[in-house]
Design a protein around this ligand. Structure first.
Ligand SMILES: Nc1ncnc2c1ncn2[C@@H]1O[C@H](COP(=O)(O)OP(=O)(O)OP(=O)(O)O)[C@@H](O)[C@H]1O
Length: 284
């Protein structure tokens, strides 16, 4: 009888489908050669699997290779050795299933908001009427209604970031790579944009890989935080962030579990970010 009970207890676990691996990084090593021919060993033995629909944040000390890893994962640069796979297929170069947002918003100053948002669709050959409909809807959803005909210089920093995000979303990528997208903004604008990203993930459940130097931002947004060591950079630890969703960027920071996670990861991060000169290089 006890055996039968055990079978019943196990049944839900057995029936549960294993999570689909969206991205796999296998045996990545990366070396840069400086202009004088001196090598910089950047990434060492990186292996990583990212499940579909997960939000993953990468943190680590400045200059450890976070952007390099993101650029390799998104196909922007080829690693010295190793491979990246999307659903088991190797990524060689830039593919349309992937969206990438860099530290700068990269809006075209001579184009209006709606023209910027529609840019990728235009490159893909979508008709003018259709791109207008898609761009307008995204602009409304981003709370930018009324600014369709404005130029980037007429927008605040936060608004520009929102335009940059929806320009990528217009192409409906399966995986979104974001490299410190909110870096230079003030704390209130960052929190607002973090809420936008939380909402975006809640609505679309896209796989997101997000690089940040801000540990609190990583815990606020992610399901999983990857901690990298200083150079040559390896993966030091991976933490699950079991905070319930939907989340609020402002509220979540007062939750005791958030503070516990922050303390736990910060303790591991501290050794990596204290530079020989003694300077701290990460936002707590
Ligand atoms: N194109 C390049 N040529 C030579 N060296 C490079 C190049 N790009 C990056 N590096 C070096 O590789 C290392 C990792 O750089 P990377 O930008 O990936 O780090 P990061 O962790 O994203 O840094 P940060 O947090 O400061 O943005 C640094 O030492 C950097 O100087």
């Amino acid at each position: 009888m006890k055996g039968a009970d055990n079978v019943l207890e196990l049944a839900p676990a057995l029936n549960k489908k294993p999570a689909k691996i969206k991205l796999a990084v296998k045996d990545i090593n990366h070396m840069y050669l400086s202009s004088n021919g001196k090598p910089t060993e950047c990434l060492k033995d990186i292996n990583l699997e990212i499940e579909d629909h997960k939000f993953v944040a990468i943190v680590g000390p400045s200059g450890c290779g976070k952007s390099t890893l993101l650029n390799i994962m998104s196909g922007l640069i080829k690693p010295t050795t190793g491979d990246v796979f999307i659903e088991g297929k190797p990524i060689n170069g830039i593919i349309s299933r992937i969206g990438y947002m860099s530290q700068s918003d990269a809006l075209l100053p001579w184009r209006t908001v709606i023209e910027n948002v529609a840019l990728g669709l235009e490159i893909r050959g979508i008709t003018k009427a259709k791109r207008k409909v898609i761009a307008k809807e995204l602009i409304q959803r981003a709370g930018l209604g009324g600014f369709e005909e404005s130029y980037p210089f007429e927008l605040s920093g936060g608004m520009r970031k929102r335009v940059a995000v929806i320009r990528i979303l217009a192409l409906d990528p399966e995986v979104l790579f974001m490299d410190e997208p909110f870096g230079p903004l003030d704390v209130f604008t960052r929190e607002k944009l973090q809420d936008d990203i939380l909402k975006l993930w809640q609505e679309t459940k896209k796989t997101i890989v997000f690089v940040t130097h801000d540990l609190a931002e990583a815990i606020t947004l992610a399901d999983r935080v990857i901690l990298m060591t200083s150079r040559p950079s390896t993966i030091k630890a991976i933490y699950d962030i079991p905070l319930k969703r939907p989340r609020s960027a402002v509220e979540i920071r007062f939750e005791p579990r958030f503070l516990d996670l922050h303390k736990l990861i910060w303790n591991d991060l501290r050794d990596e970010v204290i530079e020989p000169k003694g300077g701290l290089d990460i936002a707590r």
